[in-house]
Design a protein around this ligand. Structure first.
Ligand SMILES: [Zn+2]
Length: 217
């Protein structure tokens, strides 16, 4: 699938501590087009994890962005599923996206979650990512531990989750460090999302136009 096609490019690039997936020009991510909203489940052992609320905020962010664009909101409500994360499996997905290793066998603990988008909260310093699961419109978003930088820094978790959901929605990277979707090959780092005030970084006009193109009707 198209997602895999970009892996060779990613492999050639310097490892990037929080990001993740290049979405090629024609994303697999437009499943919401003309269909229902995407259901989201956040999975992790601790419902009080700050990343749960960060995920809810990120989903609300995208729903507001789409409303501002005159588009139907892409995401349904967010559920929390309390369960341990199979860290080895999650790390294997991260490596499959970032390093071009074979994707883990499916079905597995993540593909069995009854949600269009599964956001897994890792306790490890994995490289965060968004990966298409089984080519059927399901997505796995892996979020690294928030006990160390950059996710321990204020304002970073909500923007990191929003960035990964931007890939789910079909956006790639730009090179403007003041924007949400900045990423490789630009030298952006998620620590740049740090802010004493809670705020989301912005989209570019080109990205807003792309969303209209993908989701307009
Ligand atoms: Zn990215």
């Amino acid at each position: 699938m198209a997602l895999r096609a970009c892996l060779a490019t990613l492999m050639a690039l310097e490892s990037f501590t929080a990001c993740d997936t290049e979405i090629p020009g024609e994303p697999d991510a437009a499943e919401a087009t003309g269909t229902g909203m995407l259901t989201v489940s956040v999975v992790g052992p601790n419902s009080a994890d700050q990343r749960v609320e960060a995920a809810r905020e990120a989903v609300r962010f995208w729903n507001v962005v789409f409303a501002d664009l005159g588009l139907r909101r892409p995401f349904d409500t967010v559920a929390f599923l309390q369960q341990e994360i199979p860290e080895d499996l999650l790390a294997a997905y991260s490596r499959s996206v970032l390093e071009g290793e074979a994707a883990p066998a499916e079905p597995n603990a993540f593909t069995r979650v009854a949600a269009d988008v599964v956001i897994a909260l890792s306790d490890s310093a994995i490289i965060s990512f968004a990966a298409s699961l089984d080519g059927s419109g399901h997505w796995l978003v892996g979020i690294r531990t928030d006990l160390i930088p950059p996710l321990s820094l204020p304002n970073v978790p909500r923007n990191l989750v929003a960035h990964e959901l931007g890939h789910v929605l079909g956006l790639g990277h730009n090179s403007d460090p003041t924007k949400l979707m900045c990423g490789r090959p630009a030298p952006c780092r998620p620590a740049a999302f740090q802010s004493s005030e809670p705020r989301f970084f912005e989209l570019t006009e080109a990205e807003r136009a792309r969303l209209r193109e993908l989701y307009g009707y």
